[in-house]
Design a protein around this ligand. Sequence first.
Ligand code: NAD
Length: 256
Amino acid sequence: MLKGKTALVTGSTSGIGLGIAKALAQQGANIVLNGFGDVEGPKAQVQALGVKVAYHGADMSKPAEIEEMMKFAAGEFGRVDILVNNAGIQHVARVEDFPPEKWDAILAINLSSAFHASRLAIPAMKAANWGRIINVASVHGLVASAEKSAYVAAKHGLVGLTKVTALENATTGITCNAICPGWVLTPLVQKQVDAKAAAGGISNEQATKQLLGEKEPSMQFTTPEELGQLAVFFCSPAANNVRGVAWNMDGGWAAQ
Ligand code: NAD
């Protein structure tokens, strides 16, 4: 379905981003990976699906590096048809204890990076009259939790940016939508499970149950593979007129 198209997925060396990159590659899209840590492993996993893969290590908190990444992607594959703004980090503390530099980093990586990548991707999408922008927000783009001020503010902002981007392009072949996962067991969440286990002197398994029990009625993690399939749907012809939605996959979290 996506043969001949190019997808750039930010923060795709791990977790949800890698799951989405692989799902789009399964549909035939060439992939530009981005993110920190091991690159060769994720690259090999995507390459094994029979598509072309490139990597750019832009730090998504730095607009100049995002600009370089977008130029690189266009140079490698001609154009970015699908942009998945996924890179994100977390920090947990009460507002009065929240380190200002962590606030700035979360706003830059989880929100402003999506603005920069989108503003740089849209002109070529417009020229082709086809494009997909998928913002990986969170259930925290829809509801709040204590001790996550920067994250919740950034994700609510990302849902707002999604709606504006969708509206501005509503008469074109460019759509913009957000994905709002509940708990997904990636390194980002494993850190929160570990902290809970350490704080309560409980096992990893008990901490996991507590974490799910507090918020997620299904008592199940959503998987990167399931989120990948939602991204594939947004890229499909059936979703041509799906514009500006914030679609949660959260085990019933936001329904409460
Ligand atoms: P993860 O830690 O597994 O992956 C994060 C990715 O972002 C990694 O590839 C990392 O290298 C990259 N990254 C971090 N900082 C970066 C930077 N400055 N520049 C470039 N890349 C950077 O986390 P994840 O759980 O897969 O999270 C992916 C997205 O999904 C995030 O936006 C997160 O907020 C969102 N999300 C996660 C969950 C969850 O439960 N895990 C739930 C809702 C939303």
